[in-house]
Design a protein around this ligand. Structure first.
Ligand SMILES: [Zn+2]
Length: 254
């Protein structure tokens, strides 16, 4: 059974209830961490997920609230005795900057560091980035202030699409079509971001049955965001909260 665990759901400024947005997708033997902020090891412990089980790290874009935890995660996995490789996926510019960030920490001197496999992706639409019998992943460039990718995961028992940070984007509509769940940001209308209503519009255009709002301000009222998204979306809406889980196959309660 596949599962999503939200480790954080806040936009750029977190509080004691909401970390910055990052989450885990577990499916068969894949444990994928999407973005890496704060020190994810703490939330992983709270969620009961062994950090050493992470097989892949997806970095959607190089804003601090999405990548600042990378050095701590990589160091902690090393100190925990990780031996197996870690795959890191991101747009070419994101992986290049991540390597520069790690160089500031002299990571080439970390003895017997486990292998890290980089997957540098072009800034395209519907890139087929994982092609496994039980997991297909496609990524598309979305409309944020800097190069940013959203992605679609087709799991063995369901499918999800994540907008990442973006203004309303037809690329997300195309990516989300046929998915069970669209996870969409709801930071608020503005350059490179979307309101709850706009997230609803994108979900409606894509025809998905379920919309999950993330990356919203800790000052926002989650109920209000859901109500606003519903004005534009006829399916089921949730505002994700930290440590919320979604299991597949997904059957909304409402
Ligand atoms: Zn951003």
């Amino acid at each position: 059974m596949s599962k999503i665990t939200f480790l954080g759901t806040a936009s750029a400024v977190p509080n004691k209830f909401q970390q910055n947005t990052h989450f885990i997708v577990e499916s068969n033997d894949h444990v994928i961490l999407v973005d890496c902020t704060g020190n994810p090891v703490v939330r992983l412990e709270q969620a009961g997920i062994d950090p050493l089980s992470i097989s892949d790290l997806f970095l959607t874009h190089f804003h601090p609230d999405h990548v600042s935890g990378v050095p701590l995660l990589l160091m902690d996995l090393w100190l925990m005795g990780r031996k197996k490789p870690l795959s890191i996926f991101g747009l070419t510019v994101v992986i290049n900057r991540m390597e520069q960030m790690m160089q500031l920490f002299d990571w080439e001197t970390w003895e017997e560091l486990y292998p890290i496999e980089f997957h540098r992706l072009p800034n395209n639409e519907k890139m087929h980035i994982m092609n496994l019998a039980d997991l297909q992943v496609f990524a598309s460039a979305v409309d944020h202030m800097i190069p940013t990718m959203g992605f679609r995961m087709d799991l063995s028992d369901g499918s999800l699409c994540y907008s990442s940070d973006t203004a309303p984007s037809d690329a997300v509509v195309r990516l989300a079509k046929g998915a069970d769940i669209l996870i969409h940001e709801a930071t608020g209308a503005g350059i490179g971001h979307s309101s709850a209503e706009q997230a609803g519009e994108i979900g409606q255009k894509a025809g998905v049955p379920n919309l999950v709002l993330v990356h919203y301000s800790s000052l926002d009222d989650a109920e209000d965001l859901v109500t606003r998204a519903r004005t534009c979306f006829s399916g089921d809406v949730l505002a994700a909260y930290d440590l919320m889980t979604i299991s597949f196959p997904y059957h909304p309660l409402t």
